[in-house]
Design a protein around this ligand. Structure first.
Ligand SMILES: NC(=O)c1ccc[n+]([C@@H]2O[C@H](COP(=O)([O-])OP(=O)(O)OC[C@H]3O[C@@H](n4cnc5c(N)ncnc54)[C@H](O)[C@@H]3O)[C@@H](O)[C@H]2O)c1
Length: 368
């Protein structure tokens, strides 16, 4: 019997990404897998792209009744209710780190006899994540930061509307380049000076490349990583930039913050926009301890949660940034995931699936 991979339609609002592209679906079909796809109006790939690749379209929501050997593939967590899960599932469930609600969430797989291969825990033998969305998160975050800067220069104190949606990264870049012309003129021809911290990582390199693609001159892009922050913050260079994009991967160790209310409180401060791509406002290691909430694509910026002296400062803290460039981010993620998907028919012996299953079993063993 061929192995069946069933791509479900996402139910999380605004989610346009897919862990499977039509090209990857074709590669799986060519390798002898059966690929079933639930139609979705939100998904960045059209249903017809999957049927043209040879996949079978099945009704949305039919994953709930799929034979229990079928592998249910998706991106975000399954809808919140109490139905037990009997199948193998591959998606981000966000419950292995004991996040809020983890017991209820994980016990549904345990009760149903299913297995959760969480995408966050698919790793190489050396423990590195197999597939991640970082690059495009930084790319999109830098784009929204420029939009916010442009908005503040032209409409000080006015609320910024929703972030428009784009079908491709070049469309996003072209839009932002055109939006920047007027504020740069209003700013005496000066483009914004930007600082990216964590610039050597996946998100950081995406952010730096977006600024380049948008025409920000190289000398106006400060690229910082461990070497520059090891002296310990807060850093005047951040307050002296127009835009700060934070892309560090927060480790378990507490480090001095990059900014504080004091370091940002003076009338000549230049900084107007912080885009926190790392986006962990509730962590005690948050290196940007001047805000405590998330923002959204509908309402992309929030003010600081502390009193500040100086010009307006807006903060972007969106935790699903790659959705803005859904096609490119899905193409990249799906390409990274494909080699593992091609070994699903022998997952009982394949390291990547065995390691992920072991994580699942360990967490289930910790259920109260
Ligand atoms: N908002 C979103 O939508 C979104 C999407 C994807 C990833 N993320 C988050 O972005 C963060 C970065 O992810 P990544 O994949 O780019 O990680 P990564 O490991 O590829 O890169 C992290 C970089 O941060 C640097 N770094 C770590 N601590 C530092 C410090 N104190 N000072 C300076 N540099 C430091 C590292 O040297 C590395 O270059 C993660 O927290 C991830 O969860 C957010």
């Amino acid at each position: 019997m061929p192995t069946v991979i069933h791509l479900r339609a996402e139910t999380k609002p605004f989610e346009r990404r897919s862990p499977l592209s039509p090209d990857s679906a074709k590669a799986l079909l060519d390798a002898g897998y059966v690929v079933r796809v639930e139609p979705s109006v939100d998904r960045i790939y059209k249903d017809e792209e999957f049927s043209a690749a040879g996949a079978e379209l099945v009704p949305a929501g039919s994953w709930l009744k799929a034979p229990k050997e079928d592998i249910i593939l998706g991106l975000k967590e399954l809808p919140d209710d109490d139905v037990p899960f009997p199948n193998p599932y591959i998606h981000f469930q966000h419950c292995f780190k004991k996040q809020t609600g983890w017991v209820q969430s994980l016990s549904r797989f345990a009760r149903g006899g299913g297995t959760l291969y969480d995408l966050e825990f698919l790793t190489n033998p050396d423990g590195r994540r197999l597939a991640a969305f970082g690059y495009w998160a930084g790319y999109a975050g830098a784009g929204i930061a420029l939009l916010s800067w442009a908005h503040q220069i032209l409409n000080p104190g006015q609320p910024q509307g929703p972030v428009p949606s784009f079908d491709s990264a070049p469309a996003l870049t072209a839009h932002i380049k055109s939006v920047l012309e007027a504020p740069i003129r209003a700013n005496e021809g000066r483009p914004p000076r930007v600082i990216v911290i964590g610039a050597l990582g996946r998100c950081g390199s995406g952010a730096v490349n977006f600024f380049r693609d948008a025409g920000i001159p190289e000398e106006s892009i400060l690229k910082w990583d461990m070497a520059e922050t090891s002296r310990g913050g807060p850093f005047p260079e951040v307050a002296e930039s127009d835009i700060f994009v934070n892309c560090v991967y927060l480790g378990p160790h507490k480090a001095p913050p990059f900014v504080t209310a004091e370091s940002l409180s003076y009338p000549e401060r230049r900084l107007r926009v912080i885009c926190d791509v790392s986006c962990d406002p509730n962590s005690e290691n948050n290196p940007i301890p001047v805000y405590s909430e998330y923002s959204t694509f509908d309402n992309p910026t929030i003010p600081a949660s502390v009193e500040l002296v100086g010009p307006e400062l807006r903060i972007i803290a969106i935790d699903h940034l790659p959705t803005l460039v859904a096609r490119e981010s899905s193409d990249e993620f799906s390409g990274l995931l494909l080699p593992a998907l091609l070994t699903l028919d022998r997952r009982e012996t394949e390291g990547v699936w065995q390691r992920a299953e072991q994580v699942f079993k360990d967490r289930v063993a910790q259920l109260p």
